[in-house]
Design a protein around this ligand. Sequence first.
Ligand code: ATP
Ligand code: MG
Length: 564
Amino acid sequence: MTQDLASHDLDFIRTIIANDQKSGKHGGRLATRFPPEPNGFLHIGHAKSICLNFGVAQEYGGTCNLRFDDTNPEKESQVYIDAIQTDVRWLGFQWQDRVLYTSDYFEQLYQYALVLIQKGLAYVCDLNAEQMRQYRGTLTQPGQDSPFRYRDCAENMNLFQRMRAGEFAEGSRVLRAKIDMSSPNMNMRDPTLYRIRQVAHHQTGRSWPIYPTYDFSHPLSDALEGITHSLCTLEFEDHRPLYDWLIHALSPLAQPRQIEFSRLELEYTLMSKRKLNQLVSSGVVSGWDDPRMPTIAGLRRRGYTPESIREFCARIGITKSLGMVEMALLEGSLRDHLESTAPRALAVLQPLRVVIDTLPEGYLEEISAPLHPQNPQMGSRMLPFTRELYIEQEDFCENPPKQFKRLVPGEEVRLRHGYVIRCEQVIKDPQSGAILELRCSHDPSTLGMNPQGRKVKGVIHWVSATQHATADIHLYEPLFTQANPEAAGGEFTDHLNPQSLTILPNCPVEFSLAQATLGSRYQFERLGYFYLDPVVSRAGERFIFNRSVSLRDTWAKIENRQRA
Ligand code: ATP
Ligand code: MG
């Protein structure tokens, strides 16, 4: 793997942390948290946040909590809670103690709300949603005070306690902070702290008819956990004054510091959980873990390794600058990892039959081939060489262009790890003219070596037509045809790529793969890196290999096609 850039050049957040540790701020402690909302599976953007939060905790001897930000019970579920834990662990990280939930603090948060009311810093407001919007003003116009803003403390206490007791209908009133309706920052115009919602919660059941907002619960949860650095994405920059206001209003509390960085945006896909959910529920993809999805579970099934995703996150770094990252960067990280670690194998995607007439019927020779060209320690496997073989259709050409380096009539080519063969005859369907098979001869003196003086144009891969295993091979293209499907006009679903999945059934793959374990990775020579999908394959029965990534960067080609 290439070197981890982040550990050499400190990004701006690591610089802040290093300085805070030097100056003894927070008593030299470092505590971070990763706070997903359990309303979907994690995606590659979350991986950036995970690698940052858990990564700095590891690097600076701190701790990182996994805290489910579970204040929207209608959209959340245990399925997501379980999937998120699986994905964080799979990425190679472990949280402090047990899993935490914002709902662990519901009682404490409620008590804080009562304190704010007593201090005259919060009030119960009976405006409905539409009126709230009108009173709120706009970016260019200040808001107006709610007529309920000057309720006295006793009345606010009474109403809020009755909200908590479940006496009022949903939407009939909210608790708001009393800050400044003319603030240029809309988040400071008396933001909502609690809403009435008569819904069951996956952790707390029916015990709460009111739920705190993210803006209220997040800073206080951070403070309760003794978080020192609350790292989040840039869209929360405008919420920071409110974050600090709440910490200050309820002091003495621990003093977490919110620091924002830019979110990951990746070309040809999207990161919004709401939109990813839409793809899942409409059946465009087979599930959250469909290998085309940018989710951690999807990337895992595609064949990504945790190492390659961590490396990708290190390569993109942490900054405040916006911009889309090219898919090639993600794929390059995987290629770099698999190049040195994946055993090699032979497989044929579009078979063309070859008969070696210089071999007798029933001929079988076992050729030993190394599993990795540069790493003999990985060992070797046996390739059965027989009279009938398959090669790739595109490795033969009857009327070749000048640059063609593979098999042509009357010429020679080397079979990978095997003999030099010559094409003697092309057998065609008399009706259609389609090529049915090639009759070839082989030179028995050429096994595994390249005799001097012999000019062989190329080397091609092959599989025995009689001694092989069979697998369905899934090839992938990007899920979208536009680099930024959310900004390309129309609905994002208008830009789905109809060719994002190609299934090649019953492909011959080399004999040794009959023993492959589900979840293993191979380089199919000349074709790419493939992953034996453990979700849909059945050991010994049905093999499905997903192409994780091709051998070379093909993005330039896709870009050209877009332009054309
Ligand atoms: P989404 O838009 O996918 O729903 P979200 O921000 O609502 O994202 P959360 O579950 O709240 O999702 O995210 C948990 C943490 O992950 C937050 O701290 C958030 O800032 C971070 N995060 C989410 N998306 C990205 C991204 N694309 N790049 C970096 N960090 C992200
Ligand atoms: Mg969120």
